[in-house]
Design a protein. Structure first.
Length: 325
């Protein structure tokens, strides 16, 4: 994928900084029926990046915590440092030295946009360090390159909401066109990450390459209904639009107790329920924080009764995206 952002001269930047600390949020992508085009940012969890200037030129990734040693420290292979290198090259600032520490505060391979949160935190941090020469929209293609490095597919349904906050719609990829949707009042997310392994690449490979027209029509109607529900602040419409006849039936096979978790969510008051990203995390919308808490607790307890550990979260929709700490 070519970077579509026009080069911005570094002299347009404001005051440069010596060090910054940034948090970027986790995301729930697809929102059940919007495969690769819909996503939202969560208040929690997320990742942190600490970045500071160095007298020695080049980008160095000094430390990663919270990853159990699974992520590479090689600056060219880690999405955070690799995207920082791309941005510095783009701006003609490869002469400067940058040291990075990445603190993973969310599970890897969870379906919650782990790589996206790290990448966005790194890009937001280097942009602050340089005096913000680029807008968030100009940072997005670099974040998509990070997704390509992480999972082989440069999609934006995780990085866009993590970068912009709120709920995002990817109207098109060629050309890249991202739309921020309104956030309905009193809409909360219940999120549960079961401790089972569902690799993103494997989950994508299971997706059907051909679909029936009747299924496509159903899916288009659900996507339109979901987007309309966001605009109309209509929780009932949001709930009845959260149905996926194309991707979920296949991916659900990879997630133990998926349909049982759905049942737990719906009887606990969920508006709708589905897989977050490629899984194994699942999420539900609720009309109150207490209902979201009940959904999360009931699913976690159900998984525990089946011998499956999990992480549970309750979150409002994050309207800000990344923030400096």
């Amino acid at each position: 994928m070519e970077l579509e952002t026009e080069k911005e001269p570094a002299e347009k930047a404001g005051k440069e900084r010596e060090q910054v600390r940034v948090f970027a949020p986790a995301t729930a992508a697809n929102l059940v029926c919007g495969f690769d085009i819909l996503g939202l940012a969560l208040e929690q969890p997320g990742d942190e990046v600490m970045m500071k200037r160095s007298d020695k030129s080049g980008v160095r990734l000094l430390k990663i915590t919270g990853d159990d040693g699974r992520l590479p420290l090689d600056p060219a292979k880690n999405t955070v440092s690799a995207c920082v290198q791309m941005l510095l090259k783009h701006l003609g600032r490869e002469d400067i030295g940058v040291e990075i520490a990445l603190h993973k505060q969310m599970p890897i391979g969870s379906g919650l946009g782990s790589s996206a949160a790290s990448t966005v935190a790194g890009l937001y941090a280097i942009n602050l360090l340089l005096g913000e020469p680029l807008s968030k929209h100009e940072l997005l293609p670099f974040a998509m390159r990070g997704e390509e490095l992480a999972c082989g597919h440069g999609h934006a349904d995780n990085v866009a909401p993590s970068l912009f906050g709120g709920i995002t719609l990817i109207k098109s990829y060629e050309p890249l066109d991202v739309i921020q949707l309104p956030i309905p009042k009193d809409l909360y997310c219940s999120v549960v990450f079961p401790h089972v392994d569902v690799p993103t690449r494997a989950a994508r490979q299971m997706i059907r390459s051909k679909i029936d027209l009747k299924d496509a029509v159903i899916q288009w109607g659900n996507i339109a209904g979901l987007v309309s529900g966001f605009f109309m602040n209509d929780h009932a419409l949001i709930g009845r639009s959260m149905k996926d006849v194309l991707i979920e039936p296949t991916r659900a096979i990879l997630i133990p107790e998926f349909y049982e978790m759905r049942e737990q969510a719906m009887v606990s008051g969920a508006l709708g329920f589905g897989i977050s990203g490629s899984g194994p995390s699942v999420f539900a919308f609720a009309s109150s924080k207490q209902t979201a808490l009940n959904i999360t607790n009931n699913i976690v307890q159900h998984l525990q009764s089946k011998g499956i550990d999990s992480n549970g979260y309750v979150s409002a929709i994050n309207e800000q995206g990344p923030r400096e700490l």
